[in-house]
Design a protein around this ligand. Structure first.
Ligand SMILES: Nc1nc2c(ncn2[C@@H]2O[C@H](COP(=O)(O)OP(=O)(O)OP(=O)(O)O)[C@@H](O)[C@H]2O)c(=O)[nH]1
Ligand SMILES: [Mg+2]
Length: 253
């Protein structure tokens, strides 16, 4: 097999002709040598033994933001990516969009490709097509909008139908900065999350509360799943979230 230097940078998928951005799709990339897992595929020869590709990034994962229109998915993503809040008039997402963010998890550089979906019903079929490839889902409701909370059950049914069985899932109650308009209590969110066995936290794209934590927790879980060393203790997402989460009285980002 012959491959250009650029192909080699792209890893084994470049050999299969997939663009770099889709390097992890449809391929068990945890087989790659630079992730430290057993080598089975013919990609062995393309990986430099110690220098991971993609400028030191050792894992690429897809995270999808889902939930009703207006719950704050786009704002949460912008807060995480750029550290800013999109104030002003609400511009509803059309179809689907994504942003990349590289972060360091336990000393390892990983990339999250974060897909921001449209909450509006008319774009639902677009969203369905992306579930299958998602490694993690952040399911949002708006604490100032009861209907968005009531719809969580329907979202979970949809996730069950379209997403991978082992998808990492987290429930987020957003807009906790709007204390006066709150109609969904934190305990209600906690209760629902417990019922479905998913980790939960309240967030604010406006103040930044728990935004970094939500994405970091997901990244940690994904990193541990694919790069766990034999003697390393199992990462427990629920416990980590419980320990790290901050209440809305505080303003940690
Ligand atoms: N107070 C407050 N407002 C927020 C927060 N997050 C989002 N908003 C506001 O809520 C509205 C909707 O936010 P978006 O992020 O665009 O909502 P979305 O979930 O992406 O909506 P769709 O794209 O239609 O699915 C905007 O007017 C935001 O300014 C938050 O944490 N606190
Ligand atoms: Mg949006």
């Amino acid at each position: 097999l012959l491959a250009s230097a650029e192909d080699r940078e792209g890893g084994c998928e470049a050999v299969r002709g997939l663009p770099k951005e889709f390097a992890h799709r449809g391929h068990p990339w945890r087989q790659c040598s630079w992730l430290g897992a057993p080598l089975k595929s013919p990609c062995r020869q393309w990986h430099p033994p110690r220098k991971p590709p993609h400028g030191g990034v050792r894992g690429v994962w897809w995270v999808m933001l889902v939930g009703d229109s207006g719950v704050g998915k786009t704002c949460l993503l912008v807060r995480f990516k750029d550290g800013a809040f999109l104030a002003g008039s609400f511009i509803s997402t059309v179809g689907i969009d994504f942003r990349n963010k590289v972060l360091t998890v336990d000393g390892v550089k990983v990339k999250l490709q974060i897909w921001d979906t449209a909450g509006q019903e008319r774009f639902r079929s677009v969203t369905h097509a992306y579930y299958r490839d998602a490694h993690a889902l952040l399911l949002l409701y708006d604490v100032t909008n009861k209907a968005s909370f009531d719809n969580i059950q329907a979202w979970l049914t949809e996730i069950h139908e379209y997403a991978q069985q082992d998808v990492v899932l987290m429930l987020l109650g957003n807009k906790v900065d709007s204390a006066q308009d709150r109609v969904v209590k934190r305990e209600d969110g906690e209760k629902l999350a417990k019922e479905y066995g998913v980790p939960f936290m309240e967030t604010s794209a406006k103040s930044g509360l728990n935004v970094e934590l939500a994405f970091t927790a997901i990244a940690k879980e994904l990193k541990h799943r694919s790069m766990k060393l034999p003697n390393e203790p199992k990462f427990k997402l629920h416990d980590y979230v419980k320990k790290e989460v901050r209440g809305s009285g505080c303003c940690r980002s």
